[in-house]
Write a protein that binds this ligand. Structure first.
Ligand SMILES: Cc1cc2nc3c(=O)[nH]c(=O)nc-3n(C[C@H](O)[C@H](O)[C@H](O)COP(=O)(O)OP(=O)(O)OC[C@H]3O[C@@H](n4cnc5c(N)ncnc54)[C@H](O)[C@@H]3O)c2cc1C
Length: 385
């Protein structure tokens, strides 16, 4: 977006692309950003499966599916499940096409500053040589690594969401057909644990998310833990008769946090460097892309006003509002007696839930359901002695 707006952009990426990444299910609000980037057609050309909805399973059976076609804006009636190696490469190619100078295999090894102002970065190139790149603004898009975030901000873990994920890709899993073929399925094992099921190109991504302190009750090795979780879930197990593991079982932890500061003189945090909430509603890429979009707009305005390194503190207000709307819904998922069915009996609340699952946080219904959940937490807290 910055390159398209005519700015000189240098992008330094530690790894060679394509590279593996978790975070494969989009919510349809991402479509609006992909449209602005001009990559909507590429999404179908690559062949990512279409995602029309989400369905939740608990010991009481499946919820009614939530279909995105129930939101008003037709542009968000479906989205995609993405193999991140392909999706991220496509976005990187798009940045190059827009005029960004991209160097992969080139980690940032130091943030350069003058006093409290960030003035550039030191990078290590493929041939082992080091170089200083000066910039009016340094955007930290380094994810959980938080290259700038670690020095200039502080990542605050979100209490109550100290979860760990264990996940892998499988081939030969029985999938649904028709409109449900690309849906995300969420299997809730208990108040602390659930499994995601995300159909991708030729494989299905399956992952357990559970509390970090309780994970060893599933087993000791990664493979044991994931298999034990699948074994505890009959509705999933019946799909796995012919399934084989593809690649390795991986682990992610400490992923729910937000940075105390979003920016300062000459710097800003975007994507996971700014923050991330638990993966249960697949909001990660939406929040990441949204923070990047807001930052690009803010930087374009700021650079037009100021000569040197603009102060970007407070740029992410809109992102913080979205984060705070998703948070109660995430917390509710991890409470003992949370039932989507119960909440969606009320028509406006059902609409609010669908809006939020689509990634829309600002409709009356979405705000209504967030307030309702918050009220439930407040009542519960007030009833405790
Ligand atoms: C278990 C789990 C499941 C998830 N599931 C979903 C999901 O279904 N849907 C969804 O939308 N989101 C999901 N997410 C969230 C999603 O993965 C992230 O929100 C998203 O990847 C963030 O993108 P990013 O570009 O900010 O960071 P990343 O994708 O982490 O990219 C950061 C990049 O910075 C590079 N980098 C790091 N350090 C340096 C350095 N020093 N110099 C140069 N480059 C560097 C890395 O190599 C990497 O390529 C999930 C997250 C987790 C933990």
């Amino acid at each position: 977006m910055l390159a398209k707006a005519g700015h000189g952009v240098g992008l330094f990426e530690r790894h060679a692309f394509p590279r593996f990444r978790v975070g494969e299910s989009l919510v349809p609000a991402v479509n609006l950003i992909l449209e602005k980037l001009g990559v909507l057609e590429r999404m179908d050309e690559i062949g990512f499966p279409q995602k029309h909805g989400v369905q939740f399973f608990s010991s009481n059976g499946p919820s009614r599916p939530f279909y995105f076609s129930e939101v008003r804006d037709e542009r968000m009636h479906n989205t995609w499940q993405v193999l991140r190696s392909e999706f991220d490469r496509m976005l990187l190619d798009n940045a190059v096409a827009a005029g960004a100078h991209v160097e992969t295999d080139t980690p940032v090894i130091e943030v350069c500053c003058e006093g409290a102002t960030v003035t550039g970065v030191r990078v290590q190139r493929l041939d082992e040589s080091e170089g200083i790149v000066q910039a009016r603004v340094v955007l930290d898009a380094s994810g959980q690594q938080g290259v700038v975030a670690r020095e200039y901000s502080e990542q605050e873990l979100i209490p109550g969401l100290e979860n760990t994920a264990v996940y892998a890709h499988y081939r030969g899993v029985r999938m649904d057909t028709g409109i449900d073929a690309g849906s995300t399925l969420i299997y809730r094992l208990d108040a602390e644990s659930w499994i995601w099921f995300i159909p991708l190109m030729g494989v299905v991504s399956i992952g357990l998310v559970t509390s970090a302190r309780g994970i060893l009750r599933f087993g000791h090795s990664r493979d044991e833990i994931l298999q034990a979780a699948i074994d505890q879930c009959p509705a999933l197990l019946e799909r796995m008769g012919d399934a084989t593991l593809v690649g390795e079982v991986r682990v992610a932890r400490d992923f729910s946090y937000r940075a105390k500061r979003d920016g300062g003189a000459g710097w800003a945090l975007i994507g996971d460097a700014l923050g991330f909430i638990d993966p249960v509603y697949s909001t990660g890429l939406l929040l990441s892309l949204r923070s990047a979009e807001i930052a690009a707009l803010e930087i374009t305005c700021a650079l037009a006003r100021e000569k040197k390194h603009p102060d970007l503190s407070g740029f992410s207000t809109e992102w913080q509002v979205a984060f705070d709307r998703f948070l109660p819904l995430v917390r509710a998922f991890y409470t003992e007696d949370f039932r989507f069915g119960e909440l969606s009996k009320h028509e406006a609340h059902r609409q609010g839930l669908i809006d939020l699952l689509t990634g829309i946080v600002d409709t009356e219904e979405a705000i209504g359901v967030v307030n309702k959940i918050q009220q439930m937490f407040d009542d519960e807290a007030a009833s405790k002695p």
